[in-house]
Design a protein around this ligand. Structure first.
Ligand SMILES: NC(=O)c1ccc[n+]([C@@H]2O[C@H](COP(=O)([O-])OP(=O)(O)OC[C@H]3O[C@@H](n4cnc5c(N)ncnc54)[C@H](O)[C@@H]3O)[C@@H](O)[C@H]2O)c1
Length: 346
């Protein structure tokens, strides 16, 4: 089964025009995979950014773009039937904690129904490994830090988190019933070039460079386990080669299911950073001082996130750890170029 996980082979990446999907598609292509990237180019944030990421992927002869929604009846079933991917990276989702307060229905559709459609499509042709994007948000109100994979995830604080917990549960059932080796990747605040406009780094950098106030929603209280996207991509590539094998836990801390080839893995740095230090890194990288606007904490937000990375280390070995200052500087350099290209095109 794991032979199928060596390139050249075919991979399906959902959400390939998204931030993380773009970076992972680049990695897979560089490693020799043929990649089919499915993305709906949803309007949650500027679709020009998604089109620009996809245009870069299309420079590779082994990349094929498919536009459509996960939940479109028959779409994924036909794609899987035709391509029989050995590796599936499921990243497409409606992301964002805040937006899920205003538009929870979008999360039911993209995350719950979309994941259900993918799982059903894979039933007749199980891949050698399915990796699906989950989130640190599933730990919700759990106050015991750092979070471990075997901690409970039954107290979500946002509807986004609730749908991601649901995705993990559905994937576990299909792993059990239909022998689909599955890893749920619990990502911790990912940042880096080609990042998302709704996330802190993009918002901070845009405001600082425009000399506009930086909105800080209870930031003095918040700490995040920031993960640089290249470090995350390396971790996911190594995890992709380690599908869960029933009955073979890698240690007493393993989250491997007793009933299915399924585990969840924290993908983070394991080093929570105050959000205000993150803003200081933006100031250093831009050479400017932020004008801070203090605002109340948004409902659904978690005060601190912190990954226990014992399982990640056991499965993936020692991983690169880009220092925050370097990662933020690389984002700011990319952002300046992107902003200028938008200014030229409008
Ligand atoms: N960025 C982070 O810090 C972070 C943290 C935790 C979890 N995650 C998860 O990682 C995954 C990728 O996140 P990202 O930051 O790259 O987000 P993103 O919004 O940039 O990427 C998601 C992509 O999915 C596409 N999409 C949305 N709904 C779709 C649908 N119904 N059908 C087909 N395509 C659809 C979007 O157009 C987008 O390009 C998501 O599942 C997200 O929940 C991200």
């Amino acid at each position: 089964m794991t032979d199928r996980l060596s390139p050249p082979g075919r991979a399906l990446v959902t959400g390939a025009a998204g931030f993380i999907g773009y970076h992972l598609s680049e990695r897979l292509l560089a490693a020799g995979w043929s990649v089919t990237g499915l993305d709906a180019h949803s309007p949650y944030y500027d679709p020009r950014l998604k089109a620009a990421r996809e245009a870069r992927l299309l420079r590779h002869a082994r990349f094929r773009a498919v536009h459509g929604r996960l939940e479109e009846p028959g779409l994924l079933a036909a794609l899987v039937e035709a391509e029989r991917p050995a590796l599936v990276l499921h990243l497409a989702a409606q992301a964002g904690v805040r937006h899920s307060i205003d538009a929870p229905g979008e999360y039911v559709s993209a995350n719950l129904e979309g994941t259900f459609r993918l799982l059903e499509a894979l039933r007749p042709h199980p891949p050698a490994h399915l990796l699906l994007a989950s989130t640190s948000s599933v730990y919700g109100a759990n106050p015991r830090l750092p979070w471990r994979e075997r901690d409970t995830t039954d107290a979500p604080l946002s509807f986004y988190a609730a749908t991601k917990t649901g995705c993990e549960a559905m994937a576990h059932a299909h792993a059990h019933l239909h022998a689909i080796p599955t890893t749920a990747l619990r990502f911790f605040t990912v940042y880096g070039p080609w990042g998302r406009p709704d996330m802190a780094l993009f918002r901070f950098t845009r405001a600082v460079l425009a000399d506009e106030p930086v909105d800080l929603y209870g930031a003095e209280m918040q700490r995040r386990d920031f993960t640089f996207v290249d470090d995350l991509a390396e971790a996911v590539m190594r995890l992709a080669a380690r599908p869960p094998a029933p009955g073979a836990p890698v240690g007493p801390f393993d989250s491997l299911s007793p009933a299915a080839p399924f585990r969840s893995v924290n993908v983070g740095l394991g080093e929570p950073v105050p959000l205000l230090d993150f803003l200081a890194a933006v100031e250093a990288a831009t050479g400017r001082t932020a004008r801070r606007r203090a605002l109340p904490v948004q409902p659904g937000e978690i005060a601190a996130t912190w990954a226990d990375t014992t399982l990640l280390g056991a499965l993936a070995g020692p991983l690169p750890r880009t220092p925050l200052a370097e990662g933020v500087a690389r984002f700011v350099a990319w952002f300046r170029g992107w902003d200028q290209s938008l200014a030229r095109s409008t």
